[in-house]
Design a protein around this ligand. Structure first.
Ligand code: GLV
Length: 329
């Protein structure tokens, strides 16, 4: 039997499925340190990860490793140059999380715009003495302009929901999406600067790459309206959190909703004392059904990638398909 590492606690029934094909080393404890991950990968043929960094050092120490299946759509934890050099296949879990993640983007955006967590904290602290006409005034979603940066599958699911709120949709992406998608979403392409100037609510749904590091920093925040909100459901590092804290404190923008953070789970502590930001612990895809679908898809990719099961050799979601069939180097 081939050997695999499951680097994180996941649904036990998915582990049982994997055990039908593999000898499974399952980490049910804390996140593995880089040293521990390297040690446990050393004799493995495959691995199931969830954001665990895998790069040249880990691959060099694991000469048998051929497939790493990430239980996430984003795979910036994989060093793809190292994967390609070693002919190691990476897989991810797209599509199954689109709708839940788009729902959550809206929840966060609405919570920021309508000051839901901020007012709840105030209420819980026993400060509600009377009704006041100007208590927690926020900004409307309906009839406003939604700016989506990153118009992939999740961005499109997010934009589709704007119809019900009668919003104008503008978007920025590396390249324009097909005209029929623009028409279906009633979405207008805009430069990043133009979008930031015009949007009432900006949502980030782009992958994290070196080029996207601090896509939103002090200069970009300065372009936004003082009434605007910024929501990040993509990855930490896309926003310069230090610049964001400053922009929120000085009311350069009205509010933010963040599900992802630079260096998470060790987020910038200054965010904790900023009232006009809604903070959630990277849970945009976290519904029972979606997390189950992601775990099963990651398992299916690993099973197929390692040449087992009904799709042997043909995993559904290869991120570097060119290495399929090549000998490990
Ligand atoms: C979650 O962040 C994912 O990339 O799926």
């Amino acid at each position: 039997m081939q050997k695999i590492l499951v680097a994180r606690p996941i649904f036990p029934d998915v582990i049982e499925r994997l055990k039908q094909y593999f000898d499974v080393d399952w980490n049910q404890g804390d996140v593995l340190s880089a040293d521990e991950l390297t040690r446990r990968l050393a004799d493995k043929d495959g691995a199931l990860t969830a954001g665990d960094p895998v790069g040249a050092a880990e691959l060099a120490a694991a000469p048998r490793l051929r497939v790493v299946a990430n239980m996430a759509v984003g795979y910036n934890n994989f060093d793809m140059a190292a994967f390609n050099a070693a002919n190691v296949l990476g897989t991810n879990t797209p599509d199954v999380l689109n709708e839940s993640t788009a729902d959550f983007g809206w929840a966060l955006m609405m919570a920021a715009a309508r000051r839901i967590t901020e007012s709840e904290h105030w209420l819980r602290a026993g400060q509600w003495q009377k009704w006041a006409y100007d208590a927690f005034l926020g900004s409307d979603l309906h009839g406003s302009t939604l700016g989506v940066i990153g118009m992939g599958r999740i961005g499109q699911a997010l934009a589709r929901r704007a119809k019900g709120f009668n919003m104008q949709v503008i978007y920025h992406n590396r390249s324009r999406v097909a005209p029929e998608i623009e028409a279906e979403l009633n979405a207008e392409y805009a430069s990043k600067q133009d979008l930031l100037r015009r949007a009432d609510h900006v949502v980030l749904v782009l992958p994290y790459t070196k080029e996207n590091h601090h896509t939103i920093g002090a200069a970009e925040l300065a372009l936004m309206k003082p009434t605007a909100t910024l929501t990040n459901i993509a990855r930490g590092g896309i926003v310069d959190d230090v610049a964001l804290v400053e922009a929120l404190r000085s009311k350069q923008i009205a509010a933010a909703g963040l599900d992802v953070f630079e260096g998470e789970p060790n987020l910038n502590q200054d965010l904790l004392s900023v009232p006009n930001v809604v903070l959630t612990p990277h849970i945009a895809s976290a519904t029972e059904a979606t997390r189950r679908a992601m775990a099963n898809l990651a398992a299916d990719n690993l099973i197929a990638g390692l040449g087992e099961g009904p799709r042997a050799g043909r995993p559904l979601n290869p991120v570097n398909p060119d290495v399929i069939g090549k000998a490990r180097s």
